[in-house]
Design a protein around this ligand. Sequence first.
Ligand code: UD1
Length: 445
Amino acid sequence: MADARPFHWEFKPEPVDSEILRIEGGRRLEGSVRVSGAKNAALKLMAAATLTGERCRFSNVPEIEDVRVLAGVLTDMGVTVDHPEPNVYEIASGDIDWLFVPLEAAAKMRASFILLGPLLTRFGRVIISNPGGDRIGRRPVNLHVDAMRALGAEIEYRNGYYFAKSPGRLRGGPINFPQITVMGTENAMLAAVLADGHTVIEPAAQEPEVDDLIAFLQKMGAEVQRTAPTRIEIEGRRRVRGADHSVVPDRIEAGTFVVAAGVTHGRVTLEGAPCDHLGSFLEVMSDAGVSVSSNGDKIEVDATAADLHPLLCRDIETQPYPGLATDLQPPTCVLLTQAQGDSHVHETVFEDRLEWMGELRRMGADIEIQDQHRALIHGPSRLHGADVEIGDLRAGASLILAALAADGVTTIAGAHHVHRGYEKIDQKFLELGARIERLSGRDVA
Ligand code: UD1
């Protein structure tokens, strides 16, 4: 068994070069854009690869910062991570020298905590930092920890680290979450794959990225199945094998581009889009007057003649899948600033996911933030350019959308947050006719 020696660890994170985007708004977006692989699937698939010493190969991996961070964490642990061509990663976890996920890595990306389940179940121990990630609420990990304990793990929390161990193999059993949790479901599932016996996870998250992980685990030879919409059952095995997998397309990126077409009164075709995964969101879009049609893996958005209607509270309430995704709430709100009349927004999944609207107000949006979960958007507002700052990934993409719709020039500081989750977002917008350029902090100092 590999040794865990956290206090000898030396992690030297790359300094983050603060990036600024300069956007000249008011141009109609037209053309087609290819949807990239889903961040929220790719990270979990890469973690799943540590369940075996055999090589796993992933294609359609988005070229984003979070993937690079996770690849770096794995490499530093002693995992072989190859990146033979763009969007392809190969991972072989034969020898893991360090069963340790350091604070520096975890602070950059909450999803690093997804390594808890696979490392603990395969190696019987891991020390993993309490994660940070987006500033969208407290985002605790108690449900992940409770799930591991339900499988027989012993976990202590000291000095910002979870020290997890399992005396023998983890033991399959019932895992009953008090609420839906996406990564909690995934972590539990990954741990149960190599546990001794049968595990039933309820209620299990239904997000398409969870099903993409199930599909990959099945290719690895794991016995895991969704046996009811909110139930996943796993029969633990002693080992699983390497496998190849293509990452499911990113429904959140696709939704972001739908809104981009909507707010610029443009006409955009999304290629390789996960139409089946966007039901609730596309309903909201057509209620708002954006014409959206889907055909196979193509979504055509035509907002050239859009007359946006106000949406009511019941329409804009975020929920776990198949409800409206919380990650699509900020882009949807940008669209609502352009709707005729008042729209209510109810964010039920996270607290503090409305704070970014302060920046949107600086661009001319008329928004009342009523409490941590509710906002009232008075539309339509004429958005104008401003100097704004991004605090987290999804809010960042949404400020770009607002800037595309606004009159004049917007500079967006903190744009590096957006590269955590969106592949070449500026280039994709350029190809659709936007005026957008990347400046480093120095260019505008
Ligand atoms: C994932 C997604 C994120 C998305 C979110 C909800 C990844 C990498 N991220 O995040 O983009 O916005 O699902 O769709 O896949 N909670 C606890 N204790 C826990 C875990 C969660 O209280 O141990 C709470 C959270 O604070 C939140 C709610 O449960 O209020 C749902 O969070 P969860 O579904 O776990 O989100 P993530 O998996 O972190």
